[in-house]
Design a protein around this ligand. Structure first.
Ligand SMILES: Nc1ncnc2c1ncn2[C@@H]1O[C@H](COP(=O)(O)OP(=O)(O)OP(=O)(O)O)[C@@H](O)[C@H]1O
Length: 558
Protein backbone atom coordinates (compact mmCIF):
# COMPACT_ATOMS: atom_id res chain seq x y z
CA UNK A 1 0.00 0.00 0.00
CA UNK A 2 3.02 2.20 -0.64
CA UNK A 3 1.20 4.99 -2.43
CA UNK A 4 -1.42 5.33 0.32
CA UNK A 5 1.12 5.15 3.13
CA UNK A 6 3.25 7.77 1.41
CA UNK A 7 0.43 10.22 0.71
CA UNK A 8 -0.83 9.70 4.26
CA UNK A 9 2.64 10.64 5.51
CA UNK A 10 2.85 13.74 3.33
CA UNK A 11 -0.60 14.87 4.46
CA UNK A 12 0.25 14.03 8.07
CA UNK A 13 -0.92 17.39 9.46
CA UNK A 14 -4.32 17.24 7.80
CA UNK A 15 -4.72 13.51 8.52
CA UNK A 16 -4.07 14.14 12.23
CA UNK A 17 -6.51 17.09 12.02
CA UNK A 18 -9.24 14.82 10.62
CA UNK A 19 -8.68 12.29 13.41
CA UNK A 20 -8.63 14.98 16.12
CA UNK A 21 -11.72 16.77 14.78
CA UNK A 22 -13.49 13.43 14.35
CA UNK A 23 -12.68 12.42 17.92
CA UNK A 24 -13.77 15.88 19.17
CA UNK A 25 -17.00 15.50 17.24
CA UNK A 26 -17.52 12.04 18.80
CA UNK A 27 -16.78 13.44 22.27
CA UNK A 28 -19.31 16.24 21.73
CA UNK A 29 -21.85 13.70 20.43
CA UNK A 30 -21.33 11.68 23.63
CA UNK A 31 -21.58 14.70 25.92
CA UNK A 32 -24.77 16.03 24.32
CA UNK A 33 -27.16 13.23 25.51
CA UNK A 34 -25.90 13.66 29.06
CA UNK A 35 -26.47 17.44 28.92
CA UNK A 36 -29.92 16.98 27.35
CA UNK A 37 -30.94 14.35 29.93
CA UNK A 38 -29.71 16.45 32.81
CA UNK A 39 -31.44 19.60 31.51
CA UNK A 40 -34.70 17.65 31.09
CA UNK A 41 -34.52 16.27 34.64
CA UNK A 42 -33.91 19.78 36.02
CA UNK A 43 -36.80 21.20 34.01
CA UNK A 44 -39.13 18.39 35.14
CA UNK A 45 -38.18 19.13 38.73
CA UNK A 46 -38.78 22.84 38.12
CA UNK A 47 -35.15 23.65 38.96
CA UNK A 48 -33.00 26.24 37.11
CA UNK A 49 -31.68 24.60 33.90
CA UNK A 50 -30.46 27.71 32.02
CA UNK A 51 -26.78 26.73 32.05
CA UNK A 52 -27.49 23.19 30.95
CA UNK A 53 -29.77 24.34 28.13
CA UNK A 54 -27.02 26.77 27.04
CA UNK A 55 -24.50 23.91 27.25
CA UNK A 56 -26.74 21.85 24.93
CA UNK A 57 -26.78 24.74 22.43
CA UNK A 58 -22.98 25.05 22.68
CA UNK A 59 -22.48 21.34 22.15
CA UNK A 60 -24.77 21.34 19.07
CA UNK A 61 -22.79 24.30 17.63
CA UNK A 62 -19.50 22.53 18.39
CA UNK A 63 -20.75 19.37 16.69
CA UNK A 64 -21.64 21.36 13.55
CA UNK A 65 -18.27 23.16 13.55
CA UNK A 66 -16.15 20.02 14.06
CA UNK A 67 -18.18 18.14 11.41
CA UNK A 68 -17.66 20.97 8.90
CA UNK A 69 -13.94 21.19 9.74
CA UNK A 70 -13.55 17.44 9.32
CA UNK A 71 -15.32 17.50 5.93
CA UNK A 72 -13.17 20.42 4.76
CA UNK A 73 -9.91 18.72 5.79
CA UNK A 74 -11.01 15.41 4.26
CA UNK A 75 -11.88 17.13 0.96
CA UNK A 76 -8.56 18.98 0.89
CA UNK A 77 -6.54 15.87 1.77
CA UNK A 78 -8.27 13.77 -0.87
CA UNK A 79 -7.89 16.40 -3.60
CA UNK A 80 -4.20 16.99 -2.87
CA UNK A 81 -3.48 13.26 -2.57
CA UNK A 82 -5.20 12.62 -5.90
CA UNK A 83 -3.14 15.33 -7.59
CA UNK A 84 0.07 14.01 -6.02
CA UNK A 85 -0.63 10.35 -6.90
CA UNK A 86 -1.52 11.26 -10.49
CA UNK A 87 1.58 13.45 -10.89
CA UNK A 88 3.79 10.71 -9.48
CA UNK A 89 2.20 7.94 -11.55
CA UNK A 90 2.38 9.90 -14.79
CA UNK A 91 6.01 10.89 -14.13
CA UNK A 92 6.91 7.29 -13.29
CA UNK A 93 5.11 5.93 -16.35
CA UNK A 94 6.95 8.32 -18.65
CA UNK A 95 10.29 7.62 -16.94
CA UNK A 96 9.72 3.88 -17.37
CA UNK A 97 9.02 4.59 -21.05
CA UNK A 98 8.09 1.65 -23.27
CA UNK A 99 8.51 -0.67 -20.26
CA UNK A 100 5.18 0.60 -18.80
CA UNK A 101 3.29 0.02 -22.03
CA UNK A 102 3.14 -3.73 -21.33
CA UNK A 103 0.15 -3.10 -19.05
CA UNK A 104 -1.99 -1.85 -21.94
CA UNK A 105 -2.81 1.80 -22.58
CA UNK A 106 -6.45 1.64 -21.49
CA UNK A 107 -5.65 -0.18 -18.28
CA UNK A 108 -2.92 2.37 -17.48
CA UNK A 109 -5.35 5.25 -18.04
CA UNK A 110 -7.89 3.60 -15.70
CA UNK A 111 -5.23 3.24 -13.05
CA UNK A 112 -3.99 6.84 -13.33
CA UNK A 113 -7.45 8.44 -13.56
CA UNK A 114 -9.99 6.33 -11.65
CA UNK A 115 -7.93 4.22 -9.29
CA UNK A 116 -5.73 7.19 -8.32
CA UNK A 117 -8.74 9.16 -7.02
CA UNK A 118 -10.10 6.16 -5.07
CA UNK A 119 -6.66 5.54 -3.59
CA UNK A 120 -6.40 9.24 -2.69
CA UNK A 121 -9.57 9.01 -0.58
CA UNK A 122 -8.01 6.33 1.67
CA UNK A 123 -5.92 8.48 4.06
CA UNK A 124 -8.92 10.70 4.91
CA UNK A 125 -11.27 7.71 5.24
CA UNK A 126 -8.75 5.85 7.41
CA UNK A 127 -8.18 8.97 9.53
CA UNK A 128 -11.92 9.15 10.21
CA UNK A 129 -12.04 5.50 11.36
CA UNK A 130 -10.99 6.16 15.02
CA UNK A 131 -13.92 8.58 15.39
CA UNK A 132 -16.28 6.19 13.59
CA UNK A 133 -15.22 3.57 16.15
CA UNK A 134 -15.05 5.94 19.17
CA UNK A 135 -18.69 7.02 18.91
CA UNK A 136 -20.17 3.48 19.13
CA UNK A 137 -17.66 2.37 21.82
CA UNK A 138 -18.27 5.60 23.77
CA UNK A 139 -22.02 5.04 23.39
CA UNK A 140 -21.76 1.56 24.96
CA UNK A 141 -19.60 2.87 27.82
CA UNK A 142 -22.06 5.74 28.39
CA UNK A 143 -24.95 3.26 28.42
CA UNK A 144 -23.09 1.25 31.08
CA UNK A 145 -22.41 4.39 33.14
CA UNK A 146 -26.06 5.38 32.91
CA UNK A 147 -27.22 1.91 33.94
CA UNK A 148 -25.27 -1.29 33.69
CA UNK A 149 -28.36 -3.26 32.51
CA UNK A 150 -28.64 -1.02 29.47
CA UNK A 151 -25.10 -1.95 28.45
CA UNK A 152 -25.81 -5.64 29.13
CA UNK A 153 -28.92 -5.48 26.92
CA UNK A 154 -26.94 -3.83 24.14
CA UNK A 155 -23.91 -6.14 24.37
CA UNK A 156 -26.17 -9.19 24.12
CA UNK A 157 -26.83 -8.24 20.48
CA UNK A 158 -23.45 -6.63 19.75
CA UNK A 159 -21.63 -9.78 18.49
CA UNK A 160 -24.07 -9.88 15.59
CA UNK A 161 -23.13 -6.28 14.74
CA UNK A 162 -19.41 -7.09 14.89
CA UNK A 163 -19.93 -10.09 12.61
CA UNK A 164 -21.79 -7.88 10.16
CA UNK A 165 -18.91 -5.37 9.93
CA UNK A 166 -16.30 -8.12 9.57
CA UNK A 167 -18.19 -9.92 6.77
CA UNK A 168 -18.81 -6.66 4.96
CA UNK A 169 -15.11 -5.71 4.95
CA UNK A 170 -13.99 -9.13 3.70
CA UNK A 171 -16.63 -9.70 1.04
CA UNK A 172 -16.47 -6.19 -0.39
CA UNK A 173 -12.65 -6.26 -0.73
CA UNK A 174 -12.84 -9.25 -3.12
CA UNK A 175 -15.60 -7.79 -5.26
CA UNK A 176 -14.01 -4.32 -5.46
CA UNK A 177 -10.69 -5.76 -6.74
CA UNK A 178 -12.54 -7.91 -9.28
CA UNK A 179 -14.60 -4.90 -10.42
CA UNK A 180 -11.55 -2.65 -10.89
CA UNK A 181 -9.62 -5.31 -12.82
CA UNK A 182 -12.56 -5.90 -15.19
CA UNK A 183 -12.82 -2.12 -15.76
CA UNK A 184 -9.12 -2.04 -16.66
CA UNK A 185 -9.52 -4.88 -19.18
CA UNK A 186 -12.43 -3.13 -20.93
CA UNK A 187 -10.42 0.10 -21.14
CA UNK A 188 -7.44 -1.74 -22.68
CA UNK A 189 -9.59 -3.44 -25.33
CA UNK A 190 -11.37 -0.16 -26.12
CA UNK A 191 -8.13 1.79 -26.62
CA UNK A 192 -6.79 -1.03 -28.79
CA UNK A 193 -9.95 -0.97 -30.94
CA UNK A 194 -9.88 2.83 -31.26
CA UNK A 195 -6.29 2.61 -32.50
CA UNK A 196 -7.33 -0.01 -35.03
CA UNK A 197 -10.63 1.64 -36.07
CA UNK A 198 -9.62 1.64 -39.74
CA UNK A 199 -8.70 -2.03 -39.77
CA UNK A 200 -11.95 -2.95 -38.01
CA UNK A 201 -14.03 -0.92 -40.47
CA UNK A 202 -12.17 -2.43 -43.44
CA UNK A 203 -12.58 -5.93 -42.09
CA UNK A 204 -16.26 -5.31 -41.30
CA UNK A 205 -15.82 -6.81 -37.85
CA UNK A 206 -17.51 -4.06 -35.81
CA UNK A 207 -19.98 -6.46 -34.19
CA UNK A 208 -17.28 -8.99 -33.30
CA UNK A 209 -15.05 -6.21 -31.97
CA UNK A 210 -17.94 -4.84 -29.95
CA UNK A 211 -18.41 -8.28 -28.40
CA UNK A 212 -14.66 -8.57 -27.75
CA UNK A 213 -14.46 -5.19 -25.99
CA UNK A 214 -17.50 -5.95 -23.89
CA UNK A 215 -16.42 -9.52 -23.13
CA UNK A 216 -15.38 -8.58 -19.55
CA UNK A 217 -18.84 -6.98 -19.06
CA UNK A 218 -20.45 -10.08 -17.48
CA UNK A 219 -17.52 -10.24 -15.05
CA UNK A 220 -17.93 -6.49 -14.37
CA UNK A 221 -21.67 -7.03 -13.86
CA UNK A 222 -21.09 -10.02 -11.57
CA UNK A 223 -18.58 -8.12 -9.44
CA UNK A 224 -20.76 -4.98 -9.46
CA UNK A 225 -23.81 -6.98 -8.36
CA UNK A 226 -21.68 -8.69 -5.71
CA UNK A 227 -20.59 -5.27 -4.47
CA UNK A 228 -24.17 -4.06 -4.25
CA UNK A 229 -25.32 -7.35 -2.72
CA UNK A 230 -22.66 -7.09 -0.02
CA UNK A 231 -23.52 -3.45 0.61
CA UNK A 232 -27.27 -4.10 0.40
CA UNK A 233 -27.09 -7.12 2.69
CA UNK A 234 -25.04 -5.18 5.24
CA UNK A 235 -27.49 -2.26 5.09
CA UNK A 236 -30.56 -4.53 5.30
CA UNK A 237 -29.12 -6.55 8.18
CA UNK A 238 -28.16 -3.34 9.94
CA UNK A 239 -31.66 -1.95 9.26
CA UNK A 240 -33.22 -4.88 11.14
CA UNK A 241 -30.55 -5.36 13.78
CA UNK A 242 -30.11 -1.73 14.77
CA UNK A 243 -33.80 -0.92 15.57
CA UNK A 244 -34.11 -4.27 17.36
CA UNK A 245 -31.13 -3.41 19.55
CA UNK A 246 -32.47 0.09 20.16
CA UNK A 247 -35.88 -1.33 21.08
CA UNK A 248 -34.34 -3.87 23.46
CA UNK A 249 -32.27 -1.20 25.22
CA UNK A 250 -35.23 1.17 25.45
CA UNK A 251 -37.46 -1.64 26.80
CA UNK A 252 -34.89 -2.41 29.51
CA UNK A 253 -34.60 1.35 30.13
CA UNK A 254 -38.41 1.56 30.51
CA UNK A 255 -38.38 -1.23 33.08
CA UNK A 256 -35.51 0.44 34.98
CA UNK A 257 -37.46 3.75 34.89
CA UNK A 258 -40.55 2.04 36.29
CA UNK A 259 -38.55 0.67 39.28
CA UNK A 260 -37.00 4.10 39.85
CA UNK A 261 -33.43 3.11 38.84
CA UNK A 262 -33.45 5.67 36.01
CA UNK A 263 -34.79 9.20 35.61
CA UNK A 264 -36.68 10.44 32.52
CA UNK A 265 -33.55 12.39 31.56
CA UNK A 266 -31.45 9.21 31.84
CA UNK A 267 -33.84 7.41 29.51
CA UNK A 268 -33.63 10.29 27.01
CA UNK A 269 -29.81 10.14 27.19
CA UNK A 270 -29.88 6.34 26.82
CA UNK A 271 -32.07 6.60 23.72
CA UNK A 272 -29.35 8.77 22.13
CA UNK A 273 -26.44 6.65 23.38
CA UNK A 274 -27.94 3.57 21.85
CA UNK A 275 -28.15 5.45 18.54
CA UNK A 276 -24.45 6.27 18.82
CA UNK A 277 -23.64 2.70 19.87
CA UNK A 278 -25.33 1.33 16.78
CA UNK A 279 -23.52 3.79 14.51
CA UNK A 280 -22.57 0.90 12.28
CA UNK A 281 -23.77 2.76 9.19
CA UNK A 282 -20.99 5.33 9.56
CA UNK A 283 -18.43 2.63 10.27
CA UNK A 284 -19.56 0.52 7.29
CA UNK A 285 -19.39 3.59 5.00
CA UNK A 286 -15.87 4.50 6.18
CA UNK A 287 -14.70 0.90 5.94
CA UNK A 288 -16.14 0.70 2.41
CA UNK A 289 -14.11 3.76 1.33
CA UNK A 290 -10.94 2.32 2.91
CA UNK A 291 -11.44 -1.09 1.28
CA UNK A 292 -12.09 0.46 -2.15
CA UNK A 293 -9.14 2.81 -1.75
CA UNK A 294 -6.76 0.02 -0.76
CA UNK A 295 -7.79 -2.09 -3.77
CA UNK A 296 -7.27 0.94 -6.03
CA UNK A 297 -3.92 1.69 -4.38
CA UNK A 298 -2.75 -1.85 -5.17
CA UNK A 299 -3.42 -1.19 -8.85
CA UNK A 300 -1.60 2.18 -8.70
CA UNK A 301 1.34 0.56 -6.87
CA UNK A 302 1.64 -2.00 -9.68
CA UNK A 303 2.28 0.88 -12.10
CA UNK A 304 4.84 2.36 -9.70
CA UNK A 305 6.53 -1.04 -9.47
CA UNK A 306 7.48 -0.95 -13.18
CA UNK A 307 11.25 -0.43 -13.02
CA UNK A 308 12.60 2.94 -14.08
CA UNK A 309 16.08 2.84 -15.56
CA UNK A 310 18.72 4.36 -13.32
CA UNK A 311 21.11 6.78 -14.98
CA UNK A 312 24.73 7.41 -14.14
CA UNK A 313 26.74 10.58 -13.79
CA UNK A 314 29.17 10.27 -16.69
CA UNK A 315 29.48 12.44 -19.77
CA UNK A 316 30.71 11.16 -23.11
CA UNK A 317 34.23 12.08 -24.27
CA UNK A 318 33.89 15.53 -25.85
CA UNK A 319 34.78 14.74 -29.47
CA UNK A 320 34.05 11.01 -29.53
CA UNK A 321 33.26 9.59 -32.96
CA UNK A 322 30.03 7.91 -31.81
CA UNK A 323 31.32 4.32 -31.92
CA UNK A 324 28.63 1.90 -30.82
CA UNK A 325 29.44 -1.47 -29.36
CA UNK A 326 27.13 -4.26 -28.25
CA UNK A 327 29.05 -6.78 -26.14
CA UNK A 328 27.55 -10.23 -25.53
CA UNK A 329 24.10 -8.69 -25.47
CA UNK A 330 21.16 -10.91 -24.59
CA UNK A 331 17.52 -9.84 -24.87
CA UNK A 332 14.65 -11.99 -23.71
CA UNK A 333 11.11 -11.21 -24.86
CA UNK A 334 8.34 -13.36 -23.45
CA UNK A 335 9.62 -16.94 -23.47
CA UNK A 336 12.08 -16.28 -26.33
CA UNK A 337 15.72 -15.28 -26.27
CA UNK A 338 15.59 -12.83 -29.17
CA UNK A 339 19.24 -11.74 -28.98
CA UNK A 340 21.69 -14.30 -27.67
CA UNK A 341 25.10 -12.98 -26.50
CA UNK A 342 25.24 -10.83 -29.63
CA UNK A 343 28.39 -8.84 -30.47
CA UNK A 344 28.31 -5.89 -32.84
CA UNK A 345 30.69 -2.99 -33.37
CA UNK A 346 29.51 0.01 -35.36
CA UNK A 347 32.52 2.23 -36.22
CA UNK A 348 32.10 5.92 -35.33
CA UNK A 349 30.68 7.97 -38.20
CA UNK A 350 29.69 4.94 -40.23
CA UNK A 351 26.28 3.86 -41.45
CA UNK A 352 25.32 0.29 -40.63
CA UNK A 353 22.11 -1.34 -41.86
CA UNK A 354 20.68 -4.13 -39.74
CA UNK A 355 18.83 -6.73 -41.79
CA UNK A 356 17.20 -10.02 -40.91
CA UNK A 357 13.96 -11.87 -41.37
CA UNK A 358 10.80 -10.48 -39.83
CA UNK A 359 10.86 -11.08 -36.07
CA UNK A 360 14.66 -11.60 -36.03
CA UNK A 361 15.01 -8.90 -33.36
CA UNK A 362 16.01 -5.82 -35.38
CA UNK A 363 13.71 -3.49 -33.43
CA UNK A 364 14.84 -5.01 -30.14
CA UNK A 365 18.46 -4.34 -31.15
CA UNK A 366 17.57 -0.78 -32.19
CA UNK A 367 15.91 -0.18 -28.81
CA UNK A 368 18.98 -1.43 -26.94
CA UNK A 369 21.35 0.75 -29.02
CA UNK A 370 19.91 3.98 -27.55
CA UNK A 371 18.74 2.50 -24.24
CA UNK A 372 15.03 2.55 -24.89
CA UNK A 373 15.36 -0.87 -23.23
CA UNK A 374 18.11 -2.50 -21.20
CA UNK A 375 19.61 -5.84 -22.23
CA UNK A 376 19.00 -8.90 -20.05
CA UNK A 377 22.71 -9.60 -20.32
CA UNK A 378 25.81 -7.95 -21.77
CA UNK A 379 26.65 -4.28 -22.26
CA UNK A 380 25.96 -1.54 -24.78
CA UNK A 381 28.68 1.11 -25.06
CA UNK A 382 28.86 4.43 -26.83
CA UNK A 383 32.39 5.74 -27.29
CA UNK A 384 33.51 3.12 -24.73
CA UNK A 385 31.05 4.33 -22.11
CA UNK A 386 28.36 1.88 -20.94
CA UNK A 387 25.00 3.54 -21.60
CA UNK A 388 23.68 3.12 -18.01
CA UNK A 389 26.66 5.17 -16.74
CA UNK A 390 25.62 8.24 -18.75
CA UNK A 391 23.38 10.94 -17.33
CA UNK A 392 19.87 10.90 -18.79
CA UNK A 393 20.44 14.26 -20.50
CA UNK A 394 23.78 13.17 -22.01
CA UNK A 395 22.22 9.97 -23.35
CA UNK A 396 19.24 11.72 -24.97
CA UNK A 397 21.45 14.45 -26.42
CA UNK A 398 23.79 11.85 -27.89
CA UNK A 399 21.25 9.48 -29.44
CA UNK A 400 18.45 10.40 -31.84
CA UNK A 401 15.69 8.07 -32.94
CA UNK A 402 13.27 7.81 -35.85
CA UNK A 403 10.60 5.12 -36.02
CA UNK A 404 8.41 3.39 -38.56
CA UNK A 405 5.29 4.92 -37.00
CA UNK A 406 6.48 8.03 -35.15
CA UNK A 407 4.17 9.84 -32.75
CA UNK A 408 3.83 13.54 -33.55
CA UNK A 409 3.81 15.40 -30.24
CA UNK A 410 3.63 19.15 -29.64
CA UNK A 411 1.05 21.81 -30.54
CA UNK A 412 2.19 22.69 -34.04
CA UNK A 413 3.93 20.87 -36.87
CA UNK A 414 7.11 22.82 -36.06
CA UNK A 415 6.82 21.77 -32.41
CA UNK A 416 6.50 18.13 -33.49
CA UNK A 417 9.82 18.40 -35.33
CA UNK A 418 11.50 20.35 -32.52
CA UNK A 419 10.11 17.95 -29.88
CA UNK A 420 12.89 17.26 -27.41
CA UNK A 421 14.36 18.10 -24.02
CA UNK A 422 15.54 21.55 -25.09
CA UNK A 423 14.13 24.17 -27.51
CA UNK A 424 15.62 24.05 -30.97
CA UNK A 425 16.46 27.06 -33.19
CA UNK A 426 14.02 27.37 -36.08
CA UNK A 427 16.85 26.96 -38.65
CA UNK A 428 17.56 23.51 -37.20
CA UNK A 429 13.89 22.59 -37.58
CA UNK A 430 13.77 23.61 -41.22
CA UNK A 431 17.17 22.02 -41.91
CA UNK A 432 15.92 18.72 -40.47
CA UNK A 433 12.69 19.00 -42.47
CA UNK A 434 14.62 19.68 -45.69
CA UNK A 435 16.84 16.65 -45.11
CA UNK A 436 13.77 14.49 -44.52
CA UNK A 437 11.97 15.89 -47.60
CA UNK A 438 9.27 17.33 -45.32
CA UNK A 439 9.92 21.06 -45.80
CA UNK A 440 7.98 21.21 -49.08
CA UNK A 441 4.65 19.83 -47.82
CA UNK A 442 4.94 21.59 -44.45
CA UNK A 443 5.27 25.00 -46.18
CA UNK A 444 2.09 24.27 -48.17
CA UNK A 445 0.10 23.99 -44.93
CA UNK A 446 -2.16 27.00 -44.04
CA UNK A 447 0.31 28.36 -41.45
CA UNK A 448 3.40 26.43 -42.51
CA UNK A 449 5.39 25.23 -39.52
CA UNK A 450 2.98 27.07 -37.18
CA UNK A 451 -0.01 24.99 -38.34
CA UNK A 452 -1.76 23.26 -35.46
CA UNK A 453 -1.26 19.52 -35.64
CA UNK A 454 -5.02 18.94 -35.36
CA UNK A 455 -5.47 20.94 -38.62
CA UNK A 456 -2.86 18.98 -40.52
CA UNK A 457 -3.85 15.44 -41.42
CA UNK A 458 -0.81 13.60 -42.79
CA UNK A 459 -0.26 10.45 -44.85
CA UNK A 460 1.81 7.57 -43.44
CA UNK A 461 4.80 8.62 -45.56
CA UNK A 462 4.48 12.26 -44.45
CA UNK A 463 4.33 11.25 -40.81
CA UNK A 464 7.48 9.18 -41.32
CA UNK A 465 9.22 12.15 -42.91
CA UNK A 466 8.28 14.37 -39.95
CA UNK A 467 9.68 11.70 -37.62
CA UNK A 468 12.89 11.67 -39.67
CA UNK A 469 12.98 15.48 -39.64
CA UNK A 470 12.89 15.37 -35.85
CA UNK A 471 15.83 12.97 -35.78
CA UNK A 472 17.82 14.97 -38.36
CA UNK A 473 17.12 18.32 -36.68
CA UNK A 474 18.73 17.39 -33.37
CA UNK A 475 22.45 17.23 -32.90
CA UNK A 476 23.93 14.03 -31.51
CA UNK A 477 26.52 11.42 -32.33
CA UNK A 478 24.30 8.38 -32.95
CA UNK A 479 21.16 8.17 -35.04
CA UNK A 480 19.01 5.05 -34.79
CA UNK A 481 16.41 4.59 -37.49
CA UNK A 482 14.06 1.69 -36.93
CA UNK A 483 12.42 0.96 -40.28
CA UNK A 484 11.99 4.73 -40.48
CA UNK A 485 11.87 4.98 -44.28
CA UNK A 486 9.59 2.00 -45.00
CA UNK A 487 6.57 4.12 -46.04
CA UNK A 488 8.46 6.48 -48.35
CA UNK A 489 7.91 6.28 -52.09
CA UNK A 490 10.98 5.37 -54.12
CA UNK A 491 11.76 8.92 -55.29
CA UNK A 492 11.44 10.41 -51.80
CA UNK A 493 13.47 7.56 -50.32
CA UNK A 494 16.32 8.24 -52.74
CA UNK A 495 16.28 11.93 -51.75
CA UNK A 496 16.13 11.18 -48.03
CA UNK A 497 18.90 8.64 -48.51
CA UNK A 498 21.14 11.45 -49.76
CA UNK A 499 20.89 13.18 -46.38
CA UNK A 500 21.08 9.94 -44.50
CA UNK A 501 24.03 8.33 -46.22
CA UNK A 502 26.03 11.53 -46.72
CA UNK A 503 25.48 12.93 -43.26
CA UNK A 504 27.34 16.22 -42.99
CA UNK A 505 27.42 15.92 -39.21
CA UNK A 506 29.26 12.57 -39.54
CA UNK A 507 26.95 10.92 -37.09
CA UNK A 508 27.01 7.18 -36.59
CA UNK A 509 23.84 5.75 -38.11
CA UNK A 510 22.25 2.42 -37.29
CA UNK A 511 19.23 1.62 -39.39
CA UNK A 512 17.00 -1.41 -39.56
CA UNK A 513 15.55 -2.16 -42.96
CA UNK A 514 13.83 -4.73 -45.16
CA UNK A 515 14.96 -3.03 -48.38
CA UNK A 516 17.96 -4.28 -50.30
CA UNK A 517 18.38 -0.80 -51.85
CA UNK A 518 18.76 0.76 -48.41
CA UNK A 519 21.18 -1.96 -47.28
CA UNK A 520 23.20 -1.40 -50.47
CA UNK A 521 23.75 2.28 -49.62
CA UNK A 522 25.02 1.59 -46.09
CA UNK A 523 28.76 1.28 -45.37
CA UNK A 524 28.19 -2.10 -43.74
CA UNK A 525 25.33 -4.53 -43.29
CA UNK A 526 24.83 -6.36 -40.00
CA UNK A 527 22.99 -9.57 -40.83
CA UNK A 528 20.95 -10.64 -37.81
CA UNK A 529 20.15 -14.33 -37.67
CA UNK A 530 19.21 -16.67 -34.80
CA UNK A 531 19.93 -14.01 -32.18
CA UNK A 532 23.49 -13.29 -33.40
CA UNK A 533 25.22 -11.22 -36.07
CA UNK A 534 25.76 -13.77 -38.81
CA UNK A 535 27.92 -11.41 -40.85
CA UNK A 536 29.06 -7.78 -40.86
CA UNK A 537 30.13 -6.79 -44.35
CA UNK A 538 29.18 -4.55 -47.29
CA UNK A 539 25.96 -5.49 -49.06
CA UNK A 540 27.83 -6.33 -52.30
CA UNK A 541 29.92 -8.91 -50.51
CA UNK A 542 26.96 -10.50 -48.74
CA UNK A 543 24.90 -10.56 -51.92
CA UNK A 544 26.93 -13.57 -53.10
CA UNK A 545 25.24 -15.61 -50.36
CA UNK A 546 21.90 -17.10 -51.48
CA UNK A 547 20.58 -17.06 -47.87
CA UNK A 548 21.27 -13.32 -47.73
CA UNK A 549 19.53 -12.69 -51.04
CA UNK A 550 16.54 -14.71 -49.78
CA UNK A 551 16.02 -12.12 -47.04
CA UNK A 552 14.92 -9.60 -49.65
CA UNK A 553 12.72 -11.92 -51.70
CA UNK A 554 12.56 -10.40 -55.14
CA UNK A 555 16.09 -9.36 -56.11
CA UNK A 556 14.68 -6.66 -58.36
CA UNK A 557 14.61 -4.38 -55.33
CA UNK A 558 18.40 -4.29 -55.20
N1 LIG B 1 7.45 -6.59 -25.58
C1 LIG B 1 7.53 -7.80 -26.15
N2 LIG B 1 6.97 -8.87 -25.56
C2 LIG B 1 7.05 -10.10 -26.10
N3 LIG B 1 7.68 -10.34 -27.26
C3 LIG B 1 8.25 -9.31 -27.89
C4 LIG B 1 8.21 -7.99 -27.39
N4 LIG B 1 8.87 -7.18 -28.25
C5 LIG B 1 9.31 -7.97 -29.25
N5 LIG B 1 8.94 -9.24 -29.04
C6 LIG B 1 9.25 -10.39 -29.90
O1 LIG B 1 10.61 -10.35 -30.15
C7 LIG B 1 10.86 -10.78 -31.49
C8 LIG B 1 11.68 -9.75 -32.23
O2 LIG B 1 10.87 -8.60 -32.42
P1 LIG B 1 11.36 -7.39 -33.29
O3 LIG B 1 10.27 -6.39 -33.34
O4 LIG B 1 12.67 -6.92 -32.79
O5 LIG B 1 11.57 -8.06 -34.71
P2 LIG B 1 12.01 -7.34 -36.07
O6 LIG B 1 13.19 -8.07 -36.57
O7 LIG B 1 12.15 -5.87 -35.88
O8 LIG B 1 10.72 -7.67 -36.94
P3 LIG B 1 10.12 -6.83 -38.18
O9 LIG B 1 11.14 -6.90 -39.27
O10 LIG B 1 8.91 -7.62 -38.55
O11 LIG B 1 9.83 -5.47 -37.72
C9 LIG B 1 9.51 -11.05 -32.12
O12 LIG B 1 9.27 -12.45 -32.06
C10 LIG B 1 8.56 -10.31 -31.23
O13 LIG B 1 7.32 -10.97 -31.21
Amino acid sequence: MAVVVETGRQDAGRVVGITVLGLLSAAVALALPYALGHALDLLLRGAAAGWWVAACGGLIAAQTATGAGEDLLAGLTTARSAARIRRRTVRHMLAAGPRAAGKGTGDLVTRVVGNASDAAATPAAAAALPAALAAPVGGIVALGLTDVWLAVAFLAGAPLLALLVHRFARASADSVIGYQNAQGRIATLLVEALGGARTIAAAGTEERENARILAPLPELGTQGRRMWRVQGRATAQAAVLVPLLQLTVLAVGGIRLSVGALSVGDLLAASRYVLLATGIGVLVGQLGAVVKGRAAATRVDEVLAVPVPAHGTRQLPRHGPGALELRAVTAVRGADTVLDRLDLTVPGGSCVAVVGRSGAGKSVLAALAGRLADPDGGTVLLDDCPLPELTAAELRDAVGYAFERPALLGDTVGDAIAFGPRPLPFEHVTRGARAAEADGFVRLLPDGYATARSRAPFSGGEIQRLGLARAFARPGRLLVLDDATSSLDTVTEVRVARALFHDHAHRTRLLTTHRAATAARADLVAWLDAGRIRALAPHDVLWADADYRALFGDAADA
